[in-house]
Design a protein around this ligand. Sequence first.
Ligand code: FNR
Length: 364
Amino acid sequence: PALSEMLNLFDFEAVASQVANAEAWAYYSSGADDEIGLRENHNAFHRIWFRPRVMRDVTHVNMSTKILGHYSSFPLYITATALGKLGHPEGEVNLTRAAYSQEIIQMVPTLSSCSMDEIGNACGKGQVLFFQLYVNRNKDITRRIIQNAEAKGCKALFITVDAPQLGRREKDMRMKYVNEPPDVQDEKDLIRDQGVARAVSSFIDTSLNWNDLKWFRSVTSMPIVLKGIQTLEDAVLAVKHGCDGIVISNHGGRQLDFARSGIEILPEVVEGLKKQGLLNKIEIYVDGGIRRGSDIIKAIALGAKAVGIGRPLLYAMSSYGQAGVERAIQLLKDEVEIVMRLLGANTLADLSPDMIDIKDLTTH
Ligand code: FNR
């Protein structure tokens, strides 16, 4: 179908399921185990309702914000998703260019198919990138990766903390049987027999712990954000260890199945940090299951500074390249503007928890 026929993010998913190659579809769409966490990520938003205010002069709506001090046209960033070239021959630079034209920030993954140089060259003037780190058990390699990202202009370090080992994503694991005859037994196949995800992740440092934060501070001056926080307890520890931000996330349901969705955890973290006087010490982001402008607004009203989005942009990229990614982001922007107007909010600062009804959120 023509790109102009894509009216929401689910439309891109439907197209990608038909046109993306089988390996890309399996890797991008899969979640861990029974995919209950994956399913609940978006479903949780269906249990959050609005309390709109009226008669507020909503002629002008401004949805711009700052993330770690950097301008963003609305409170959405492109989260890190590995292996962009599985879905499109040009890979992540599609996302880079779309991020520039839509004035949002891209988080570049450690496991990007494009090099940091290719991404840097695709950047527009003044474009801001963040960097996502998988910690290599070899500290020298980790240091080099971080310092290369910083040297190439990345403005923040997002350390992924929910993946000491990769979850079992069975759709992805089954791919080898689709692509390769069973009698092929060279080394490459032995590694691949646990799916694309495991083949690329065996370097991850399983010993990562809170004491390592001192070391990260010593090798970079980028702000440090922990990606994959899932409880108030760990949010408090992140603040106490001097982190600049946290991403509340279950990694798109790809790691621990039955880990709660980010949006479900957000109220407990915000209220808990507030009670302890720690809320202003840290920026809070959420990802997982963001598919509508209303999802974004719910997260912001509940206290998130911005939200991340993964799969929908991979689907848009796999189906229509850069133009698809741009349209997907534009559709979300349009939805955000409509929701703000109908809620009675002129700016993101007008969004508050009393515009949101979460009494169904945790009772299901
Ligand atoms: C991811 N995610 C991820 N996270 C990370 O820290 N490093 C990575 O390399 C990847 N790779 C990756 C690949 C693919 C295909 C997906 C779908 C996800 C997790 C990602 O950053 C984010 O947490 C979720 O994708 C958010 O959920 P949605 O928007 O995909 O529902």
